[in-house]
Every structure is written in C-alpha cells, then in structure tokens.
Write a protein that binds this ligand. Structure first.
Ligand code: GLU
Length: 288
C-alpha cells in the first residue's frame, strides 16, 4: 500500500502565525508517525492578494520550524487551466449558472438575514438565487457584454444528481467516524470567482486529488466547507480523503488568530527572541 499523504496548504496573503504552525506541525507529526509524506501547496489563486514575498516568507518560517518539503512545491496559480476544465465539466452537466450580483447588492439584500456561512473564502452569504431565475436572453446578453460574474453551483440539482448521502470520515487517523455534512445549507456556492478564474472550493478538491492526498488535516473553521468539497469530489469523480478538522489556536479574547486582528506572526515572535522549540510547544495541538 502506498504511504499516506498529508498536506499543508497556506494562502500566501500574509505571514504565518501560531495557528499555521499548529496545523503544519500536527500534519508533520502524523505523517511521520504513519510513515507518510507531507506536501506543501501554495494556495495562490487569488492573484490580487497573493505575493511572492509571502511565499518566500512562508518557506523561511517553515524551515525555521525545522520542516523541509518535497520539491517542486505545487502552486495553484499554475493550474488555472485544470480548474477551468473541471468547471466546464460541471457546466456541461447543467449544474452551474453565472451570477452577476455585485457584493454591494448581495450585502444589501442579505441585511437582516443571518450571515450563514461559517467560513467560505469564496462568498459572503448564502445566496438568494436571484440570478438563477434570470431569463435566458438576459443572461446571454450580459455574458456577451462581458459583465463580470461568478459561477455558482446549483446545489439542489447537484445533490439530486448525486442521490446519495455525502458522508466523510472525520477524526485523527485510526480514530475516525463517519460524519454527514450539510451541503444544502450552503445553497448555490460560488465555484468560480469574479476576480480570478477559480475558487477555493474547486481548487482544493482538484489539488488534493492530483497530489494523492489521503489525509486532509486542517482547522475546524473549514469543517462545514467539507460538505461542499464532498459534493464537488463526487460530481467530478474524485476520491474522498479522510479529514481531521483540528482545534484552532485562539488569542486571549478567544478569537481565531488572524493578521487582521493583529495576531503576531511567527516572524514577530522570532524577532522577539522566541525560539522554534517554544513555538513548537505553544502550538501543540492534541493529536492522540
Ligand atoms: N489555503 C487555506 C488557508 O490558508 C487552507 C485550505 C485547506 O487547508 O483546505 O486557510
């Protein structure tokens, strides 16, 4: 049997912090324990936000933590053609539609509604289906005019097509249990963004499959998104990895660490004299 494959998949739009360290170190421990591989993947589809200097910094921080990765490291920005092919496949199955709604319109229509998405890097709210019901002629005209749009998945049709319950194996290797996601709760998820020709969801499932990832170990904030990933995997005929959504490292207010909240980067800790060993201790997550 081939060895298990784990991955760490940071988005290079900021410096790594303790939460990233916790995630990559847990992946590294599990891979080592199981005689597996740990791959690094740079999730740089958002070409407006991703910066080469952050990629350099990520590699540098990981090396400081004592982690080395197989080369070449996969960069999502080299794979737009693969993502486009998969999106075409979904479109050919009649499972997608263009959505022209602006962010402002979405926010306005959603005011008063709960912001449903636990964490969706690709959209802000559960969509109300406005563009799904546009007359065909309107869609054709707006597309011909080159109006910016996202591509959405017709979630109810996709689920009807799949026809089976979409469970996945969740938990630490050797201690998993089947869980049932709630993809319907997401509504018509964005599968291709306006600003770049892919989405987190489509890229992550295609890359996990292309890299032969058998174990996805990532933060609990992405737990619910896994339901969308299972739908896409099933529609595209991709294998389902095992998942473990680990606890998040929180700041003293109980919030998830984030650059936007001023959480210190590993580089800041390092500059302040913190040693890699201290970070390894502070970033330890329960994993057995
Ligand atoms: N690129 C994502 C992030 O930096 C992680 C995606 C994943 O692990 O599936 O948050």
């Amino acid at each position: 049997m081939s060895p298990p494959v784990f991955r760490f998949a940071p988005s290079p739009n900021g410096r790594l912090h303790l939460g990233h360290a916790a995630s990559v170190l847990l992946n590294a421990r599990l891979a080592e324990r199981m005689g597996g591989r740990l791959l690094l993947r740079i999730e740089d589809i958002d070409t407006a936000r991703a910066r080469d200097e952050f990629i350099e910094a990520i590699l540098d921080d990981l090396a400081w933590l004592g982690l080395r990765f197989e080369q070449p490291v996969l960069r999502q920005s080299t794979r737009f053609a693969i993502y486009a092919e998969a999106l075409d496949k979904l479109a050919a199955q009649g499972l997608t539609y263009p959505c022209f709604c602006t962010r402002a319109a979405l926010l306005q229509r959603a005011s008063g509604h709960a912001r449903n998405h636990p964490r969706d890097p690709d959209s802000i709210h559960r969509y109300d289906g406005f563009c799904r019901h546009l007359p065909e002629a309107t869609v054709v005209r707006r597309l011909a005019l080159g109006e910016p749009h996202v591509l959405r998945l017709k979630m109810d049709d996709a689920l009807a097509r799949i026809g089976a319950a979409l469970a996945w194996e969740e938990g630490l290797p050797g201690a998993t249990h089947a869980v049932q996601g709630d993809a319907a709760a997401w509504g018509d998820a964005v599968i291709r963004r306006k600003e770049f020709p892919a989405s987190y969801h489509i890229a992550v499932v295609l890359d996990d499959a292309a890299q032969g990832v058998t174990h996805v170990v990532r933060g609990r904030d992405l737990y619910h998104a896994t339901a969308i990933h299972r739908v896409l995997q099933t529609l595209l005929g991709l294998p389902a990895p095992q998942y473990h959504h680990h606890a998040l490292v929180l700041d003293t207010d109980g919030d998830k660490l984030a650059k936007s909240r001023g959480s210190p980067a590993l580089a800041d800790l390092r500059a302040a004299g913190v040693r890699a060993d201290d970070v390894r201790r502070r970033a330890a997550l329960p994993d057995a």
